[in-house]
Ligand binder design. Structure first.
Ligand code: ADP
Length: 186
């Protein structure tokens, strides 16, 4: 069975990584679908978000990454997926997610929305919270993959807090932090 995990992923957090990892154990194939949310102005371009996701979950062999800006159910039909996977954190998620699930059911009765509840350690975690902490120079390396944390700091032109491992500690082949990768924040 193929499941689509749609979202903005702006940027991917460890909460998303957790849902993708657990989903990959339940389904033959999981497709992480990067889509635009008309209610949110993104920090990263679609290409940057795809790259961040690839580097975060590249070790999961049954997970693909794609992008699509139309209706998720149209994409799901194209890929012959039967399930839309979503994560649930708090009660406020539930209202919005249930409305979306019911709406999608009216559009495609044969496609089911399945919810995975967040792991307890990520129940509070959202992409916007991470950006808010980073904007003021706070530590985020326990909330997002290390390469994503570095890119967020580059966007805000903040120096990562001393607690954060340097790229060389995470990956000895990584370029020196004194040569930042050019990145345009959207
Ligand atoms: P969207 O703009 O579609 O809400 P997000 O990237 O914010 O996109 O979220 C994508 C999905 O991941 C949603 O189902 C959301 O509830 C879920 N999600 C986000 N953060 C977490 C988390 N910390 N734990 C579990 N699920 C999460």
């Amino acid at each position: 069975m193929i499941a689509i995990y749609p979202g903005s992923f702006d940027p991917i957090t460890l909460g998303h990584v957790d849902i993708i990892t657990r989903g990959s154990r339940l389904f033959e194939r999981v497709i992480v679908l990067v889509s635009s949310n008309p209610n949110k102005v993104p920090m990263f371009s679609t290409a940057e978000r795809i790259d961040q996701i690839e580097r975060s979950i590249g070790h999961l062999s049954n997970v693909d990454i794609d992008h699509y800006d139309g209706l998720t159910i149209t994409y799901a039909r194209q890929r012959q997926a039967q399930v839309l996977l979503r994560g649930l954190r708090v009660l406020s998620d539930f209202e919005k997610e249930l409305q979306m699930a019911h709406t999608n059911k009216t559009l495609a009765d044969d496609i089911e929305t399945l919810f995975l509840s967040t792991s307890t350690e990520y129940g509070f975690l959202s992409s916007s919270l991470v950006k808010e902490i980073a904007r003021f120079g706070g530590p985020i390396d326990h909330l997002v993959p290390h390469h994503v944390a570095r890119e967020i700091y580059q966007c805000y032109a903040q120096t990562p807090p001393a607690s954060m491992p340097s790229p060389a500690m995470v990956n000895p082949a990584a370029p020196s932090p004194s040569v930042p990768k050019p990145m345009d924040c959207l």
